[in-house]
Design a protein around this ligand. Structure first.
Ligand code: AMP
Length: 270
Protein backbone atom coordinates (compact mmCIF):
# COMPACT_ATOMS: atom_id res chain seq x y z
CA UNK A 1 0.00 0.00 0.00
CA UNK A 2 1.32 3.42 -0.97
CA UNK A 3 0.72 6.10 1.64
CA UNK A 4 0.41 9.51 -0.01
CA UNK A 5 0.19 12.75 1.92
CA UNK A 6 0.32 15.47 -0.74
CA UNK A 7 -1.66 16.30 -3.87
CA UNK A 8 1.67 16.64 -5.70
CA UNK A 9 2.69 13.06 -4.85
CA UNK A 10 -0.79 11.77 -5.63
CA UNK A 11 -0.68 13.25 -9.13
CA UNK A 12 2.73 11.72 -9.64
CA UNK A 13 1.58 8.31 -8.43
CA UNK A 14 -1.81 7.98 -10.16
CA UNK A 15 -2.06 9.14 -13.75
CA UNK A 16 -4.98 7.01 -14.85
CA UNK A 17 -8.06 6.67 -12.64
CA UNK A 18 -9.97 4.38 -14.97
CA UNK A 19 -9.57 1.32 -12.75
CA UNK A 20 -9.45 3.03 -9.38
CA UNK A 21 -12.37 3.04 -6.92
CA UNK A 22 -12.48 5.75 -4.26
CA UNK A 23 -13.54 5.26 -0.61
CA UNK A 24 -13.55 8.55 1.32
CA UNK A 25 -13.42 8.21 5.13
CA UNK A 26 -12.59 10.10 8.30
CA UNK A 27 -10.63 7.12 9.63
CA UNK A 28 -11.26 5.01 12.70
CA UNK A 29 -11.61 2.20 10.19
CA UNK A 30 -14.29 -0.37 11.10
CA UNK A 31 -16.22 -3.11 9.30
CA UNK A 32 -18.57 -0.54 7.75
CA UNK A 33 -15.61 1.11 5.96
CA UNK A 34 -14.21 -2.32 5.15
CA UNK A 35 -17.44 -3.30 3.37
CA UNK A 36 -17.01 -0.25 1.08
CA UNK A 37 -13.39 -1.20 0.40
CA UNK A 38 -14.43 -4.76 -0.47
CA UNK A 39 -17.17 -3.45 -2.78
CA UNK A 40 -14.58 -1.29 -4.55
CA UNK A 41 -12.12 -4.17 -4.80
CA UNK A 42 -14.82 -6.35 -6.33
CA UNK A 43 -15.62 -3.78 -8.99
CA UNK A 44 -12.29 -2.05 -9.63
CA UNK A 45 -8.72 -3.22 -10.08
CA UNK A 46 -7.37 -0.71 -7.57
CA UNK A 47 -8.73 1.11 -4.55
CA UNK A 48 -7.83 4.43 -3.00
CA UNK A 49 -8.97 5.19 0.54
CA UNK A 50 -8.75 8.72 1.93
CA UNK A 51 -8.59 9.60 5.61
CA UNK A 52 -9.36 13.22 6.34
CA UNK A 53 -11.18 14.50 9.40
CA UNK A 54 -12.69 17.55 7.76
CA UNK A 55 -12.90 20.42 10.26
CA UNK A 56 -15.51 22.38 8.27
CA UNK A 57 -18.21 19.73 8.61
CA UNK A 58 -18.15 19.80 12.42
CA UNK A 59 -20.58 22.39 13.68
CA UNK A 60 -19.06 22.01 17.12
CA UNK A 61 -15.37 22.38 18.01
CA UNK A 62 -15.49 19.89 20.89
CA UNK A 63 -17.01 17.26 18.60
CA UNK A 64 -14.14 17.78 16.13
CA UNK A 65 -11.57 17.56 18.89
CA UNK A 66 -12.88 14.39 20.44
CA UNK A 67 -13.59 12.62 17.12
CA UNK A 68 -11.74 9.26 17.52
CA UNK A 69 -8.52 9.08 15.49
CA UNK A 70 -6.10 6.18 15.28
CA UNK A 71 -4.06 6.49 12.13
CA UNK A 72 -1.50 3.83 13.10
CA UNK A 73 -4.16 1.19 13.59
CA UNK A 74 -5.92 2.30 10.41
CA UNK A 75 -2.74 1.88 8.36
CA UNK A 76 -2.17 -1.65 9.68
CA UNK A 77 -5.78 -2.60 8.86
CA UNK A 78 -5.76 -1.06 5.38
CA UNK A 79 -2.46 -2.73 4.54
CA UNK A 80 -3.91 -6.10 5.52
CA UNK A 81 -6.86 -5.44 3.22
CA UNK A 82 -4.50 -4.86 0.28
CA UNK A 83 -5.70 -1.31 -0.33
CA UNK A 84 -3.49 0.13 -3.10
CA UNK A 85 -3.36 3.79 -2.07
CA UNK A 86 -4.04 5.57 1.19
CA UNK A 87 -4.38 9.35 0.84
CA UNK A 88 -3.90 11.29 4.09
CA UNK A 89 -3.94 14.97 3.14
CA UNK A 90 -3.62 17.89 5.52
CA UNK A 91 -6.12 20.74 5.77
CA UNK A 92 -3.79 23.21 4.08
CA UNK A 93 -3.43 21.09 0.97
CA UNK A 94 -7.15 20.47 0.71
CA UNK A 95 -8.19 24.09 1.19
CA UNK A 96 -5.36 25.88 -0.59
CA UNK A 97 -6.96 26.02 -4.04
CA UNK A 98 -10.06 27.85 -5.21
CA UNK A 99 -13.21 25.80 -5.59
CA UNK A 100 -16.92 26.37 -6.04
CA UNK A 101 -18.86 26.75 -2.79
CA UNK A 102 -22.05 24.80 -2.18
CA UNK A 103 -25.05 26.00 -0.21
CA UNK A 104 -28.18 24.11 0.68
CA UNK A 105 -31.59 25.45 -0.32
CA UNK A 106 -34.52 25.46 2.06
CA UNK A 107 -35.86 22.27 0.46
CA UNK A 108 -32.75 20.36 1.56
CA UNK A 109 -32.65 21.70 5.10
CA UNK A 110 -34.32 18.64 6.53
CA UNK A 111 -33.17 15.81 8.86
CA UNK A 112 -29.53 16.43 9.87
CA UNK A 113 -29.31 19.58 7.73
CA UNK A 114 -31.91 21.14 10.00
CA UNK A 115 -30.09 20.23 13.22
CA UNK A 116 -26.42 20.54 12.22
CA UNK A 117 -26.05 23.98 10.69
CA UNK A 118 -23.36 24.07 8.00
CA UNK A 119 -22.59 20.35 8.31
CA UNK A 120 -23.57 19.28 4.79
CA UNK A 121 -22.15 22.44 3.26
CA UNK A 122 -18.86 21.33 4.86
CA UNK A 123 -19.31 17.80 3.52
CA UNK A 124 -20.19 18.95 -0.01
CA UNK A 125 -17.37 21.45 -0.14
CA UNK A 126 -14.73 18.95 1.01
CA UNK A 127 -16.08 16.20 -1.26
CA UNK A 128 -16.03 18.65 -4.16
CA UNK A 129 -12.35 19.28 -3.40
CA UNK A 130 -11.51 15.59 -2.87
CA UNK A 131 -13.28 14.60 -6.07
CA UNK A 132 -11.46 17.24 -8.06
CA UNK A 133 -8.16 15.84 -6.72
CA UNK A 134 -9.04 12.13 -6.90
CA UNK A 135 -10.53 11.72 -10.34
CA UNK A 136 -12.05 8.28 -9.81
CA UNK A 137 -15.32 7.55 -11.61
CA UNK A 138 -16.55 5.17 -8.89
CA UNK A 139 -17.20 6.35 -5.37
CA UNK A 140 -18.19 3.92 -2.61
CA UNK A 141 -20.35 5.31 0.19
CA UNK A 142 -22.48 3.91 2.99
CA UNK A 143 -26.25 4.04 3.35
CA UNK A 144 -25.59 4.58 7.05
CA UNK A 145 -25.18 8.27 6.14
CA UNK A 146 -28.14 8.27 3.81
CA UNK A 147 -28.67 12.02 3.57
CA UNK A 148 -24.98 12.54 2.81
CA UNK A 149 -25.21 9.93 0.05
CA UNK A 150 -28.34 11.63 -1.30
CA UNK A 151 -26.77 15.11 -1.35
CA UNK A 152 -23.51 13.98 -2.93
CA UNK A 153 -25.51 12.21 -5.63
CA UNK A 154 -27.61 15.30 -6.13
CA UNK A 155 -24.86 17.92 -6.18
CA UNK A 156 -21.65 16.18 -7.27
CA UNK A 157 -22.23 12.99 -9.24
CA UNK A 158 -23.16 14.80 -12.47
CA UNK A 159 -20.49 17.45 -12.09
CA UNK A 160 -17.74 14.83 -11.91
CA UNK A 161 -19.53 12.16 -13.94
CA UNK A 162 -19.08 9.79 -11.02
CA UNK A 163 -21.07 6.70 -10.09
CA UNK A 164 -22.02 6.67 -6.43
CA UNK A 165 -22.03 3.03 -5.32
CA UNK A 166 -24.29 2.83 -2.26
CA UNK A 167 -23.38 0.09 0.22
CA UNK A 168 -25.73 -1.26 2.93
CA UNK A 169 -25.27 -0.42 6.59
CA UNK A 170 -23.12 -2.89 8.50
CA UNK A 171 -24.33 -3.62 12.05
CA UNK A 172 -23.07 -5.48 15.07
CA UNK A 173 -24.87 -8.69 15.94
CA UNK A 174 -26.97 -6.65 18.37
CA UNK A 175 -28.05 -4.32 15.55
CA UNK A 176 -25.99 -1.22 16.34
CA UNK A 177 -24.85 0.49 13.11
CA UNK A 178 -21.06 0.57 13.14
CA UNK A 179 -19.70 4.08 13.52
CA UNK A 180 -16.38 5.58 14.56
CA UNK A 181 -18.33 7.61 17.13
CA UNK A 182 -19.43 4.40 18.90
CA UNK A 183 -15.93 4.33 20.42
CA UNK A 184 -17.03 7.27 22.56
CA UNK A 185 -19.92 5.34 24.11
CA UNK A 186 -19.78 3.35 27.33
CA UNK A 187 -21.30 -0.11 27.73
CA UNK A 188 -24.57 1.18 29.11
CA UNK A 189 -25.09 3.56 26.18
CA UNK A 190 -24.15 0.88 23.66
CA UNK A 191 -26.73 -1.36 25.23
CA UNK A 192 -29.34 1.39 24.90
CA UNK A 193 -28.32 1.99 21.27
CA UNK A 194 -28.85 -1.69 20.59
CA UNK A 195 -32.33 -1.68 22.16
CA UNK A 196 -33.26 1.47 20.23
CA UNK A 197 -32.12 -0.06 16.93
CA UNK A 198 -34.12 -3.22 17.60
CA UNK A 199 -37.25 -1.21 18.42
CA UNK A 200 -36.90 0.87 15.25
CA UNK A 201 -36.42 -2.25 13.14
CA UNK A 202 -39.69 -3.54 14.63
CA UNK A 203 -41.50 -0.24 13.91
CA UNK A 204 -40.27 -0.30 10.31
CA UNK A 205 -41.46 -3.88 9.92
CA UNK A 206 -44.87 -3.07 11.32
CA UNK A 207 -45.23 0.02 9.12
CA UNK A 208 -44.39 -2.05 6.06
CA UNK A 209 -46.94 -4.75 6.75
CA UNK A 210 -49.79 -2.47 7.73
CA UNK A 211 -49.01 0.65 5.74
CA UNK A 212 -52.70 1.53 5.30
CA UNK A 213 -53.46 1.64 9.02
CA UNK A 214 -50.06 2.57 10.43
CA UNK A 215 -49.93 5.96 12.10
CA UNK A 216 -47.55 8.17 10.14
CA UNK A 217 -47.03 10.55 13.00
CA UNK A 218 -44.24 9.14 15.15
CA UNK A 219 -44.36 11.78 17.86
CA UNK A 220 -45.76 9.34 20.44
CA UNK A 221 -42.92 6.89 19.74
CA UNK A 222 -40.47 9.76 19.96
CA UNK A 223 -41.68 10.79 23.42
CA UNK A 224 -41.72 7.17 24.58
CA UNK A 225 -38.16 6.49 23.40
CA UNK A 226 -36.87 9.73 24.93
CA UNK A 227 -38.38 8.83 28.26
CA UNK A 228 -37.40 5.17 28.28
CA UNK A 229 -33.77 5.66 27.26
CA UNK A 230 -33.15 9.19 28.56
CA UNK A 231 -32.09 10.39 25.11
CA UNK A 232 -32.82 13.54 23.13
CA UNK A 233 -34.17 12.75 19.67
CA UNK A 234 -33.62 15.37 16.96
CA UNK A 235 -35.89 13.63 14.47
CA UNK A 236 -37.72 10.36 13.93
CA UNK A 237 -39.31 10.39 10.48
CA UNK A 238 -40.38 8.22 7.59
CA UNK A 239 -38.95 9.61 4.37
CA UNK A 240 -39.00 8.60 0.75
CA UNK A 241 -35.87 6.73 -0.33
CA UNK A 242 -35.58 8.58 -3.61
CA UNK A 243 -36.23 12.23 -2.76
CA UNK A 244 -36.24 12.28 1.05
CA UNK A 245 -39.70 13.84 1.10
CA UNK A 246 -41.94 12.94 4.04
CA UNK A 247 -43.47 9.64 3.06
CA UNK A 248 -46.97 8.29 2.99
CA UNK A 249 -45.63 4.71 3.22
CA UNK A 250 -46.63 4.04 -0.40
CA UNK A 251 -43.30 4.43 -2.19
CA UNK A 252 -40.08 2.91 -0.88
CA UNK A 253 -39.33 4.57 2.41
CA UNK A 254 -36.89 4.56 5.29
CA UNK A 255 -37.19 5.40 8.94
CA UNK A 256 -34.62 8.05 9.91
CA UNK A 257 -33.42 8.88 13.39
CA UNK A 258 -30.84 11.15 15.01
CA UNK A 259 -30.44 11.21 18.76
CA UNK A 260 -28.09 12.32 21.47
CA UNK A 261 -26.93 9.87 24.07
CA UNK A 262 -24.31 10.86 26.66
CA UNK A 263 -23.61 13.97 24.57
CA UNK A 264 -22.76 11.82 21.54
CA UNK A 265 -24.94 12.27 18.47
CA UNK A 266 -25.86 9.09 16.61
CA UNK A 267 -27.73 8.72 13.32
CA UNK A 268 -29.25 5.68 11.70
CA UNK A 269 -31.87 4.66 9.19
CA UNK A 270 -33.86 1.48 8.63
P1 AMP B 1 -16.95 8.19 7.96
O1 AMP B 1 -15.54 7.74 8.17
O2 AMP B 1 -17.82 8.02 9.14
O3 AMP B 1 -17.03 9.57 7.34
O4 AMP B 1 -17.56 7.21 6.87
C1 AMP B 1 -16.94 6.98 5.64
C2 AMP B 1 -17.86 6.18 4.76
O5 AMP B 1 -18.17 4.94 5.40
C3 AMP B 1 -19.19 6.87 4.49
O6 AMP B 1 -19.57 6.65 3.13
C4 AMP B 1 -20.12 6.19 5.45
O7 AMP B 1 -21.47 6.20 5.05
C5 AMP B 1 -19.56 4.77 5.43
N1 AMP B 1 -19.97 4.06 6.66
C6 AMP B 1 -19.84 4.46 7.93
N2 AMP B 1 -20.38 3.56 8.78
C7 AMP B 1 -20.89 2.57 8.01
C8 AMP B 1 -21.60 1.36 8.28
N3 AMP B 1 -21.90 0.98 9.54
N4 AMP B 1 -21.97 0.58 7.25
C9 AMP B 1 -21.69 0.95 5.97
N5 AMP B 1 -21.03 2.07 5.64
C10 AMP B 1 -20.64 2.89 6.64
Amino acid sequence: MKIITSIFDLNKEIKNYKNVGFVPTMGGIHNGHISLIKASQKKKKKTIVSIFVNPTQFNNKIDFKKYPRNIKKDIILLKKLNVNYLFIPNSKDIYKFKAKKFFLRKKDKILCAKFRKGHFEGVLNVMNRLMSIIKSKDLFMGEKDYQQLYLIRKFLSKKFDVRINACPTIRTTDKIALSTRNKLLNKKSLNKASQIAKLLIAIKKRSKFSSSTFKLDLSDYKIELEKKFKIKIDYLEFRDEKNLKLNNLKNKFRLFIAYNIDRIRLIDNF
